[in-house]
Write a protein that binds this ligand. Structure first.
Ligand code: RNT
Ligand code: ZN
Length: 424
């Protein structure tokens, strides 16, 4: 409304209509926007270059796979940071960046993953400080000659096992430097592909070795408030279908007994299982957890997350249960068949939409129906919630944050593709 007397905001009129509709169901839209805006979402750096990194590998292994060959993949740290900057300019709210150890910048030095220090990540840290952005970290237990097939921390080869134990320790140290430098806690996600392609005869030995290795890593002194180590479970990997050392029960058990976090990846369970149903269950026994929000299509395919029922349920669980500080939200997908910056923007904007929509839900009324045993009203209110004018609030939120609204952001990506990606 250019001629609106109340504001210069284009979406002001729509916002006023939405505010009224939400007020009618007892929801304060302004408070919802403030809350949603402050919930951090960690954007994974690895969507920008198909999980390749800069420390020597030119292909991906370890049971995960990126498919597609869309032009414009970031080939250098500078290109990747430029692409990340572009993506972040299209995403409202508090964003963090999630970095894998394979994104080390060795600057010609002969240093390997068992000896990385903050020196190999200085450029990432100063980038984060400039943008006042928090960082998260991951040891990289894949795509490396010291992998023992698909085994790392649970390898029978003592030299290789020790290499990976050292890598874990270095990762906690680097995360400590990230936390100190940014003034924000840094999660460290431990995912190891360890396992067998075919039926194995001994399911115990590797698990015992894995436990010993992890215990060695976490015996290193680190600040447990600033560095939040987490164990990610998995059902199976590509070429690692029959036995997974760090399975769900293993990783959850380890996390609970050792008081580290547990990572729920949306693609790491049987296709009919959903992680939204697991959040409040595991939080009965853990203080904090980490999420890898992803979208598996028939398997752990890591498709770009869409604004689907499960994404909404995940965010509803976090917001409705006041888990804002207990659940760390990270995204984990990699699609090389479409513009990679659009892949980030779509997924991150969807995560933020679902968070905002969760904050806007008339949860008190819905729960009141449930507590009084009126399941008819519960169902009716849950369904009515779906047609509240959420889009008007989202458009207003984007505009007030200086972020391109739906319908406009893609033009910015297309221009960047023409001017930058197209020249690579
Ligand atoms: C693999 C895990 C893991 C990786 C990233 C790159 O199945 O989900 O989190 O996707 O670490
Ligand atoms: Zn994951």
């Amino acid at each position: 409304m250019e001629d609106s007397p109340v504001s210069h905001v284009k979406n002001q009129q729509g916002f006023e209509i939405a505010k009224e509709a939400y007020a009618a169901v007892g929801v304060d839209v302004e408070a919802a926007i403030l809350r949603a805006d402050a919930i951090p979402v960690s954007m994974h750096c690895w969507q920008g270059d198909d999980v390749i990194g800069f420390d020597g590998s030119d292909s991906l292994s370890g049971g995960i796979q990126t498919t597609g060959n869309y032009p414009g993949r970031a080939r250098t740290p500078e290109e990747l940071r430029a692409d990340i900057d572009k993506a972040i300019s299209l995403i409202p709210g508090k964003t963090k960046l999630n970095i894998h150890a394979c994104y080390a910048e060795k600057n010609g030095k002969a240093v390997d993953r068992d000896a990385y220090t903050i020196a190999e990540f200085e450029n990432w840290l100063s980038w984060a400080k400039t943008g006042k952005i928090g960082l998260d970290f991951n040891p990289t237990y894949f795509s490396h000659p010291m992998m023992d097939g698909d085994f790392s921390l649970s390898s029978y080869d003592e030299t290789k096992r020790r290499f990976w134990v050292e890598h874990g320790k270095r990762s906690l140290e680097i995360a400590g430097a990230f936390a100190a430098g940014t003034g924000q806690p840094c999660t460290v996600n431990f995912w190891m592909p360890d396992g067998y392609k075919d039926t194995c005869a001994d399911t115990v030995k590797h698990r015992e070795i894995m436990t010993r290795s992890l215990d060695e890593i976490f015996s290193t002194p680190y600040d447990k408030h600033a560095v939040l180590a987490s164990m990610e479970s998995k059902l199976f990997g590509l070429g690692v279908e029959s036995h997974t050392v760090a399975s769900h029960e293993y990783s959850l058990g380890y996390a609970i007994s050792r008081k580290v976090l547990y990572t729920l990846d949306a693609g790491h369970f049987h296709p009919t299982e959903v992680i939204s149903a697991k959040i409040s269950a595991v939080l009965q026994f853990l203080d904090q957890i980490l999420l890898h929000v992803s979208r598996g299509v028939r398997w752990d395919s890591d498709h770009v997350i869409t604004l689907d029922d499960e994404l909404q349920r995940i965010m509803d669980e976090i917001v409705w249960n006041n888990y804002d500080k207990r659940v760390f939200i990270g995204l984990d997908y990699f699609d090389a068949s479409i513009n990679r910056i659009a892949a980030w923007a779509v997924g991150m904007r969807n995560a933020r939409k679902a968070i905002l929509n969760a904050c806007l839900a008339p949860v008190d009324a819905i729960r009141a129906a449930e507590y009084s045993g009126d399941y008819t009203a519960r169902l009716a209110r849950l369904e009515d919630r779906k047609t509240l004018p959420f889009g008007l609030v989202w458009a207003y939120y984007c505009e007030t944050k200086g972020i391109a609204p739906d319908g406009a952001w893609l033009d910015e990506v297309k221009a960047y593709e023409r001017d930058v990606l197209g020249r690579r």
